[in-house]
Write a protein that binds this ligand. Structure first.
Ligand code: MN
Length: 309
């Protein structure tokens, strides 16, 4: 798959909400609902990847695991609503993540990580992994990993908002991560128990990804397995909620750099992808080792080369 974020031919109506169905993909041994990227929508702000996984049962004999694999040019943003995962990376990080906590890994010029469920505890895993495309100014920089356990929350009339990154108009707090520097993006979780109104930046576009329950916006109903895109030009989102819902709200200024995404790499040009792939295949020091018994994930062949290693 090659993902160019070419502009679509039809300009969006200001503030309009449009729905795209996620596609089913496999990560490790688990099915996910991939809301980004799709052919019809590559990015929402700098958010370029969104996998909603689970709820999936895990046990010592049936774990969730993704072996060591490389990334370039992006931040991974991991958020769980159920269960526990353990993150290992080539920076030496070993970090369990639980619901309400946030993992942010910056790939820059190259990083490797693995993720697995807890080795001894049966249970369920549910969550979302997001990628943020790094801007040209920082994407060749160093890798980094940050774990946040104390995120700002704001009470809503019917629910609670937790800021993962950036902020929303009128809020006096900001999400804690370095992501907040990447061009004014926002990422938050909404746990809603009834109708709620959330202010949004009218210069940003937004994605609404429902993890559980359903929400209505205008005359559109959003459920898990869909992405609601909100075009710039809107000052608030009014959610209709009949019971309870958990929703991710992601936004930012439309990403105007020409992205090229392939496998786990976010770049601008084919030669960058080819170099990163070769470094992984050749076990180059660009992608260091991860302290885990899990097997490395092999790189697939490049779609624009008839035969590649
Ligand atoms: Mn990864």
């Amino acid at each position: 798959m090659t993902d160019h974020n070419e502009p679509s031919g039809t300009p969006a109506v200001p503030g309009a909400v449009t729905v795209t169905a996620s596609r089913t993909a496999t990560v490790g041994n688990t099915l996910v609902r991939r809301a980004l990227p799709l052919r019809s929508r590559r990015t929402v702000g700098p958010w370029c990847f969104a996998d909603h996984m689970g709820p999936t049962p895990v046990s010592p004999t049936q774990p969730f695991s993704v072996g060591p694999h490389p990334h370039i040019g992006l931040h991974t943003v991991t958020w769980l609503t159920d269960g526990e995962l353990i993150h290992h990376d080539s920076l030496g990080s070993e970090q369990p993540i639980r619901p309400g906590e946030l993992n942010v890994m910056t790939a820059g010029d190259g990083v490797v990580h693995s993720e697995q469920s807890h080795a001894t505890t049966p249970g369920r895993i549910e969550g979302i992994q997001l990628w943020v495309a790094q801007p040209d100014a920082s994407r060749h920089g160093p890798a980094a990993f940050v774990h946040h356990t104390d995120l700002p929350t704001i009470g809503l009339h019917h629910g609670q908002l937790t800021l993962l990154a950036g902020t929303l108009p009128g809020l006096e707090v900001t999400g804690p991560t370095t992501l907040s520097d990447e061009g004014g993006l926002v990422g938050c979780e909404l746990k809603l128990t009834g109708d709620a109104v959330v202010p949004i930046n009218p210069r940003h576009e937004h994605a609404v990804v429902v993890l559980s329950g359903s929400v209505g916006i205008d005359d559109i109903e959003l459920t898990p397995g869909n992405l609601g895109h909100v075009a710039p030009g809107r000052h608030e989102l009014a959610f209709r909620v009949n019971a309870t819902a958990t929703v991710m709200l992601l936004g930012g200024p439309p990403f105007d750099e020409p992205l090229l995404m392939w496998w786990n790499f976010v770049a601008r040009h084919r030669h960058e992808i080819e170099q990163a792939r070769a470094a992984w295949v050749n076990r180059d020091e660009r992608f260091g080792p991860v302290d885990t018994p899990l097997a490395r994930v092999p790189a697939p062949g490049l779609p624009w080369q008839a035969s590649s290693l």
